[in-house]
Design a protein around this ligand. Structure first.
Ligand code: SAH
Length: 245
């Protein structure tokens, strides 16, 4: 049986003890019905693993005692998904599925033709990070992907430092395969437009910042599909998709 695992803040680890947040304690006690003495695996998001025994469980929290600790990371290619905010709850799906596929960083951006409103995104950010943590837990990632606050398109694009930067643009003329190097890049950024696509002006800004505009072929994919398709291809070619676990 798979062990029960949870992400924790690195700051709650002290000596041989880990403090459990009310959320984790609730999940452990009320949902999984585990009790004092049961084992759980706690991860700090950066690769530190703590095998622990539940020490104390209260309604507002609890604690666990560290039995064993080790560091393990993953071989996923670091992918940053710069995603124009889609309508409604679609970004939730992108975070969940993207985490399963191995994306390491999500950067929502507001772009010219975005229909989504960037309002109240602070509250959303906390929710988005919870979605990522739950998906990382469920898919057993040793590392916790990050989610940035919403940024304007121009700033996110200008601030991208990845070795390979791809802009998915249906009007671009270079096929994806031609933009991909033979050897694995250290990291990759994928830029995906909103429902309405990118404007020519945005495409120019992106190419100016070193993004290669690539086409995915004859079919137009929805904004929430495009990033997944490319992430899967990249993790297969350069990362750990299909690899021996
Ligand atoms: N506005 C366009 C489609 C936008 S699709 C139209 O209706 O014609 C949303 C986003 O998905 C695009 O901005 C692009 O980033 C990506 N995308 C979808 N299909 C693509 C393709 N065939 N090639 C490259 N990018 C694609």
């Amino acid at each position: 049986m798979a062990e029960h695992r949870f992400f924790i803040e690195p700051s709650v680890v002290a000596d041989d003890r880990v403090e459990l947040s009310p959320e984790v304690a609730h999940h452990i006690g009320k949902v999984l019905r585990l009790a004092e003495g049961d084992e759980i695996l706690l991860l700090d998001g950066s690769g530190n693993h703590f095998r622990t025994e539940i020490d104390q469980l209260r309604s507002g929290g609890g604690s666990a005692r560290i039995v064993e600790q080790w560091h393990a990371t993953e071989k996923a290619l670091p992918i940053r998904l710069i995603q124009a905010l889609p309508k409604g709850e679609k970004f939730d799906l992108i975070l969940q599925k993207g985490t399963e596929l191995g994306i390491g960083r999500f950067s929502p951006v507001s772009s010219g033709r975005s229909i989504a409103k960037a309002a109240r995104t602070e509250k959303k950010l906390a929710r988005w990070r919870r979605i990522v943590a739950e998906a990382a837990r469920q898919s057993r990632r040793p590392l916790l992907p990050t989610c940035d606050p919403v940024e304007p398109f121009g700033e996110a694009v200008a601030g991208s430092q990845q070795e390979l930067k791809l802009m998915l643009w249906e009007e671009g003329s270079m096929p994806l395969a031609e933009a991909l190097p033979a050897g694995p890049p250290t990291d990759i950024a994928i830029l995906v437009g909103p429902e309405g696509g990118f404007s020519a002006d945005e495409a120019e800004q992106a190419t100016g910042a070193g993004f290669i505009p690539v086409s995915l072929g004859p079919r137009i994919l929805r904004t929430e599909t495009a990033g997944f398709a490319v992430a899967a291809v990249l993790e297969y070619l350069y990362g750990d998709f299909g690899a021996n676990p």
